[in-house]
Ligand binder design. Structure first.
Ligand code: HEM
Length: 181
């Protein structure tokens, strides 16, 4: 997992909780990196899981909720740090349909060692967008948060329903986005 994800996560924890909470969860998570992240470095994705688990224990918040909150926050940050990628003229559906071939393709150019999920577009029309998320890291909750962050950023009213399909290594998550009103 790229360091930028860690630095943004710790920034969010500091903003929403406190700087002490950042120190506490880094201590508790017993991280191979020691918690000293640089944006361009690469670290095990298990470190972010350990940090979220530690935050959940200290705050009582559920892990999926914390990952969802982080996803919303992260999208807001991506919109600021990669303004050229977040092209408003596409609308949320146009943008989200291009995660695989446009957005993450650009991310891969910037960071050739990025470990990215796959997003397949199963259906895309005016009213509905259906995306299939697959990743051996299983950050479905983070993906949902990023999708909500994107919808908020574009200011569009869309409902999001999730369905798990398959199991074992074939497990994937279908995100059904339906325009409201
Ligand atoms: C401008 C927008 C975006 C940028 C710049 C961006 C960039 C990135 C970067 C740098 C990573 C980390 C890769 C690594 O750890 O090696 C990542 C991972 C990820 N991205 Fe994006 N992303 C964007 C939008 C989105 C959106 C809208 C979604 C959801 C639909 C999404 C879903 C994910 C997920 C779930 C991961 C975690 C890795 C995994 O699941 O295997 N991203 N992205």
């Amino acid at each position: 997992m790229k360091g930028v994800v860690f630095t943004e996560f710790l920034e969010m924890v500091e903003q929403k909780f406190s700087a002490d909470m950042v120190d506490d969860i880094i201590d508790a998570a017993d991280l191979p990196s020691g918690g000293a992240y640089t944006a361009v470095g690469t670290y095990s994705h298990e470190e972010i899981v350990a940090l979220v688990v530690a935050l959940s224990k200290r705050t009582g918040a559920q892990i999926p909720d914390l990952l969802g909150t982080f996803g919303r926050y992260l999208f807001g940050r991506f919109a600021v740090t990669y303004p050229d990628l977040v092209d408003r003229s596409l609308g949320a559906f146009g943008f989200l349909a291009g995660i695989e071939d446009v957005i993450h393709a650009e991310v891969r150019k910037l960071y050739p060692d990025a470990q990215l999920p796959t997003f397949e577009v199963e259906r895309h029309d005016e009213k509905e967008l259906v995306l299939i998320y697959k990743s051996i890291r299983h950050f479905e909750d983070l993906a949902e948060g990023l999708i909500h962050g994107c919808l908020m950023h574009f200011g569009e009213r869309v409902s999001v329903v999730r369905q798990t399909q398959g199991d074992g290594i074939d497990r994937a998550e279908r995100f059904i986005l339906t325009r409201e009103g």
